[in-house]
Unconditional design. Structure first.
Length: 156
């Protein structure tokens, strides 16, 4: 029914050409912002994680424990959970940013600072660029799982 309504009053050639034209139109993933970022990049950051990370409802406790170890080794020198430190507080970061954004920031800090407006604002606020800690995508995902266990009811 929707197809018939869409082609109503057009010849088969006109319908085919309008279908071709609409399929050639830019998609949401190819349209860019004034910064040259796609909508996906604006929401999820710039880096190796190019698909949105979907978190299960329940926290994976084993993954979160591994993430805590990575956080303590690679992140805790600059980040606390409930307070500003060298970098922003991360206790509620998943309420402000997508898991994919957090992972891309951890995996590609220089690319994010160079190109993403949110991280440029953070650099202007905190004055210190985040160094590349050379973590793997798996470790970044583990840190995200650990961050899920943090929030306003947890301390530093």
């Amino acid at each position: 029914m929707a197809i018939a309504a869409a082609t109503c009053g057009k010849t088969a050639t006109e319908s085919a050409s309008s279908t071709t034209a609409s399929s050639a139109a830019p998609t949401a993933s190819t349209v860019s912002t004034p910064d040259g970022l796609t909508p996906f990049q604006v929401e999820h950051g710039i880096g190796p994680i190019t698909e949105a990370v979907r978190l299960p409802a329940a926290v994976d406790k084993q993954m979160a424990e591994k993430g805590e170890e990575v956080f303590e080794q690679k992140c805790a020198a600059c980040h606390k959970m409930g307070e500003r430190y060298v970098g922003p507080a991360l206790g509620e970061v998943l309420e402000r940013r997508s898991p994919t954004f957090v992972m891309n920031m951890a995996l590609n800090p220089q690319g994010m600072v160079d190109k993403h407006p949110v991280t440029r604002k953070l650099l202007a606020e905190f004055f210190t660029p985040m160094p590349n800690q050379n973590i793997t995508p798996d470790q970044a995902r583990q840190v995200v799982e650990y961050l899920r266990t943090q929030g306003d009811h947890h301390g530093n």
